[in-house]
Ligand binder design. Structure first.
Ligand SMILES: *Cc1c(COP(=O)(O)O)cnc(C)c1O
Length: 462
């Protein structure tokens, strides 16, 4: 099982062939799920006492299991937030695996930690954080939000204790009603409350949390404003791609001494385009922010870059103590484990590092810009069709629209039909209680023709 031999040699060439064939597919087949019983029957029993062998296991994966998974990088996969990793990042993921790296500490993973930190510093620079900023790459936005908000509460507790103040009855995170579900989940995990702030449905500020809205909600709805320890602002909502008015929110958080965390899991990649800086103005005043490279930064799952203005505050919240860890904790070096809710970790920032190192940051800006151009095309194409109606002007790369007159069942049938035919993956969503649909455009290979294919599949009225 271990050790390099003939078996490993033949497996390597089989895997090389598989990877080459998969990466050369242009486009890949969309694929999709099948019923559990069908899948079980087709796959057969694979976990056996003697093993089924590499040929058989690889065959089951290639012929049965992989086709039952949607190719996230298909150019007409526009559902949720898809993912389209660069070849460089995908292939380097294989290198990371082959290198058996422990990415939790400097002692064990210095080379990997150095490279991850360089790519994190680049991202921190996009938000104009000071050079002392830093963080860690965690598996996803949910975990990034958790680690940041745990840090925020620890900091609030510490400040309270310093001033001899008691803890509030309940701790509260304030956020827009349009924020990602993970904020509510994190609050449940932390056993804290969420103040969900309503945002305007229509008009220029539609969907955007602002400082005044935040302040009014806290004043009117909380008995004690000091229960708030953090504001989780959206750096691109998942449903619409709306960035909250960060500058005006930062006025309020600074005045009140609240932590400002920006959830840019999807949208943070927009910082690569100077033409979008205005939208993000104020992020430089936040205390932490996240971006998922597996969303709009062309890296494979699973990766969320979590960045703190002052990493030492995160370390105070997250460092683990044990007799066998003191050799790490007493070292002056940077240990990624100390900055989130984890200990052992894969050096999952390396695929992004390698790809950015290979292509340069300008290529990343160009790729994000390309998706923004296709988004503008899609919004125009929706407007040009009388039976479709745009719900909101896209701020980033999500286009939300409706097929006039359709109900939930119509969207469901359309969505399922497109997937079953292998044409596209587009799912319904809800806007103010109504079913609508959306296109999330994060794949630079998605073309205007792909958009037309999807929109043309929506029948005209009559
Ligand atoms: C996707 C997303 C998350 C959650 O990220 P995961 O990587 O799926 O855990 C959080 N916030 C926003 C805004 C997102 O788009």
């Amino acid at each position: 099982m271990h050790g390099w031999g003939e078996q490993a040699e033949s497996l390597l060439s089989a895997i090389e062939d598989y990877v080459r064939d998969r990466l050369r597919m242009d486009p890949p087949t969309l694929d999709g799920p099948i019923e559990p019983a069908d899948l079980a029957a087709r796959a057969g029993r694979t976990i056996t006492t003697d093993g089924i062998g590499e040929q058989a296991a690889l065959r089951v994966f290639g012929e049965v299991l992989a086709p039952a998974t949607i190719s996230t990088d298909h150019p007409r996969n526009l559902a949720f937030i898809p993912s389209a990793a660069t070849e460089a990042s995908l292939l380097f993921d294989l290198v990371v695996a082959a290198s058996s790296i422990y990415g939790g500490s400097w002692l064990e993973g210095a080379g990997a930690v150095h490279a991850e930190n360089e790519v994190l510093a680049w991202l921190a620079g996009l938000s104009r954080y000071p050079e002392s900023a830093g963080g860690v790459v965690v598996p996803g936005g949910t975990q990034g939000n958790l680690a940041a908000l745990v840090t925020a509460r620890q900091w609030a507790r510490h400040q309270r204790a310093e001033r001899g103040l008691p803890e509030p009855r309940r701790w509260v995170i304030a956020t827009s009603e349009e924020s990602h579900s993970s904020i509510w989940h994190v609050a449940r995990v932390m056993d804290v409350d969420v103040l969900s702030v309503e945002v305007p449905a229509e008009g220029a500020g539609a969907g955007r949390l602002t400082g005044p809205l935040l302040e009014a909600a806290v004043r009117e709805r909380l008995p004690h404003t000091d229960e708030v320890f953090a504001v989780a602002a959206a750096g691109g909502t998942t449903n619409y791609g709306i960035v909250d008015a960060l500058d005006s929110i930062a006025d309020v958080t600074q005045r009140n001494g609240w932590w400002l965390h920006v959830d840019g899991a999807y949208g943070g990649a927009g910082l690569l385009c100077p033409e979008l800086w205005e939208v993000f103005a104020g992020i430089e005043r936040s205390d932490s922010w996240i971006v998922d490279p597996h969303k709009w930064l062309f890296a494979p799952y699973d990766a969320c870059a979590l960045i703190y203005r002052e990493p030492r505050l995160a370390r105070a919240a997250h460092v683990q103590h044990a007799s066998y860890l003191e050799v790490l904790n007493e070292s002056p070096h940077f240990n990624p484990s100390d900055y989130a809710v984890h200990l052992s970790r894969r050096a999952r920032g390396l695929p992004l590092w390698f790809s950015v190192a290979v292509h340069g940051t300008d290529a990343y800006t160009a790729a994000v810009r390309q998706t923004m151009a296709v988004t503008a095309y899609a919004a125009d194409a929706v407007r040009a069709r009388p039976h479709l109606a745009l719900i909101r002007e896209p701020m980033l790369s999500v286009v939300v629209f409706e097929r006039v007159g359709w109900e939930q069942a119509d969207y469901d049938a359309w969505s399922q039909g497109l997937l079953a035919a292998g044409t596209a993956f587009v799912t319904p969503t809800r806007h103010r209680g109504r079913t609508v649909t959306r296109l999330a455009i994060v794949n630079p290979r998605t073309t205007p023709a792909d958009i037309d294919t999807v929109l043309d599949s929506l029948p005209a009225c009559g």
